[in-house]
Design a protein around this ligand. Structure first.
Ligand code: SF4
Length: 194
């Protein structure tokens, strides 16, 4: 049961906040202004194709023992005030391992935070401890293991708290430190200080 007194965000919100806090702000506080870009559309289509390919692979492809494979698994947490859909969950004897497919060539920190959030929600839903996740880089066809550390868990909690404050107060956060992201950002015309 979700605690209605907490903001319920999705893992996509969390990922956007980590990419740039302002993207999250525009998306959450001014939801009508964002267009669907070609880049976003391509990412969605690649995900669907990857799920179909993944279903034909063995878990050994990820360096994991054989296990049951569940696709598009919905998870939510009343503790975190968060919900999301995991691309794949591998269930082995005594372990659940979230797998996330990415149209990327490296495992950025925002991806690690995202899989840590999936791990925490799976733990709450299934009452098991999740100690690792897999990020699968589609262009490289490469699986990378991400340990779900105490530091990552702490960061998930802190980030969600900051996101709740931004949403409640509707205050525009500072821009990303990675200004190269601004060059082809669809919100560029709203950010006059970058
Ligand atoms: S233009 Fe830069 S600061 Fe503004 S939302 Fe886009 S990435 Fe963030």
């Amino acid at each position: 049961m979700i605690d209605e007194s907490r903001w319920l965000f999705t893992v996509t919100d969390l990922k956007q906040y980590m990419y740039c806090p302002r993207v999250f702000y525009y998306q959450t506080c001014l939801p009508d202004i964002r267009p669907i870009t070609y880049k976003m559309q391509m990412g969605t289509e690649a995900h669907v194709e990857e799920r179909e390919r993944a279903a034909r692979r063995s878990t050994r492809w990820y360096g994991l023992p054989e296990g049951e494979r569940l696709f598009n698994v919905w998870v939510q947490s009343s503790t975190l005030g968060l919900s999301g859909q995991v691309d794949e969950v591998v269930r082995t004897a005594g372990e659940l391992i979230p797998v996330d497919y990415k149209m990327a060539r490296r495992v950025g920190h925002h991806y690690k935070l995202q899989v840590a959030a999936y791990a925490m929600m799976l733990e709450e839903t299934y009452q098991v401890s999740v100690r690792r996740a897999i990020v699968y880089l589609i262009p490289l066809r490469k699986a990378t293991e991400v340990p779900i550390t105490a530091g990552l868990r702490r960061q998930v909690l802190q980030t969600l708290e900051t996101m709740r404050t931004i949403s409640a107060q509707e205050t525009m956060p500072p821009p990303t430190d990675w200004r190269q992201r601004c060059a082809d950002c669809e919100f560029r015309r709203f950010c006059n200080d970058v």
